[in-house]
Ligand binder design. Structure first.
Ligand SMILES: Nc1ncnc2c1ncn2[C@@H]1O[C@H](COP(=O)(O)OP(=O)(O)OP(=O)(O)O)[C@@H](O)[C@H]1O
Ligand SMILES: [Mg+2]
Length: 282
């Protein structure tokens, strides 16, 4: 087995000089979301969530979000994506590159847990969809879509329909569709939840490869602690409902292929440490 540098808990953060010319990629400031409670009144889904993702030139940060079911992880991503009914927040401010979030936009791409391809479109049409919505001509959008289909290793499946693909292949279609429009921010809500461990490792390696090429900021919600630890530069740990961000842990970028790294003793020790923190939070 190849030796890889290990990740470790660290308080070191890349120094980013504050500059009005380079506002942070994302700022959440005291963001609270209430929903109407079934018996009347309000239910607080998330409470005073604050964090900043600085814009580091040439490098996007990878943030894993961990927390118990119902603590508001999807609510946070949907507020950032501008998706109702989570959006808009009840209180607090959310900015992307210094501008308040007012609606969904091509700068933020979302990959959902359930396979979200359109069943009546082929793989090629699904991947080209975002580009079509941007008004790109057919020839150009299909060329870009074919590029991304190759990148997610689905070449040869361009003219298949989603029901002809496995779960992992369908999820790769969703990833290609999101990345084809080159969003500055990629939001992934349990994207690999339905996949077996080996396919999951393959998808993790694919995401790392694509992410390191396009320098996007990625937010990944997962219930899989090894996945959060392997992929995350930074891990957010949330409290049970009402969800608050109770810990941010910096551990640095992935250090090698998922299947190798996640079998090392150092990795297991770190994942256990994070797991204990998540249990303590709950
Ligand atoms: N549209 C809505 N109306 C009322 N309550 C909602 C709505 N959407 C979410 N909630 C509630 O807000 C809380 C947070 O939901 P959210 O989906 O963000 O949790 P989550 O952390 O993503 O959970 P999971 O890990 O199970 O996906 C839950 O209690 C949920 O029932
Ligand atoms: Mg969720």
């Amino acid at each position: 087995m190849t030796e890889h540098a290990s990740k470790a808990l660290s308080s070191d953060r890349p120094h980013v000089p504050k500059s009005p010319d380079n506002p942070p990629v994302v700022v959440f400031q005291d963001v609270t979301k209430h929903f109407a409670a079934p018996g009347g009144g309000v239910f607080t889904a998330i409470e005073r969530v604050s964090f900043t993702v600085e814009d580091i030139p040439g490098r996007g940060e990878f943030i894993s979000i961990l927390g118990p079911s119902g603590c508001g992880k999807s609510t946070i991503l949907r507020i950032l994506a501008g998706l109702k009914p989570s959006f808009p927040a009840t209180a607090g401010t959310v900015t992307v590159k210094g501008q308040p979030v007012l609606a969904p936009g091509p700068d933020r791409g979302m990959v959902f847990q359930s396979y979200s391809s359109y069943p009546c479109y082929t793989v090629l049409e699904n991947v080209a969809l975002g580009l079509r919505l941007k008004g790109m001509e057919r020839e150009e959008r299909e060329e870009i879509a074919r590029h991304w289909i190759r990148r997610v290793r689905l070449a040869g499946s361009e003219h298949k329909y989603p029901h002809e693909l496995s779960g992992g292949m369908q999820q790769r279609v969703a990833i290609a569709r999101t990345l084809a429009v080159e969003p500055r921010i990629i939001l992934m809500d349990e994207p690999f939840g339905a996949l077996d461990r080996i396919t999951r490792w393959e998808m993790q390696d694919l995401i790392v490869e694509l992410w390191s090429n396009i320098h996007a900021t990625v937010f990944l919600i997962t219930h899989d602690i090894p996945e959060a630890v392997h992929l995350g530069d930074r891990i957010f740990i949330m409290s049970p409902s009402p969800g608050r961000l109770i810990e941010e842990i910096h551990i640095g970028p992935p250090t090698g292929p998922a299947a190798e790294v996640q079998r090392t003793a150092d990795f297991t020790a770190l994942a256990n440490e994070i797991s204990r923190k998540v249990e303590k939070a709950g």
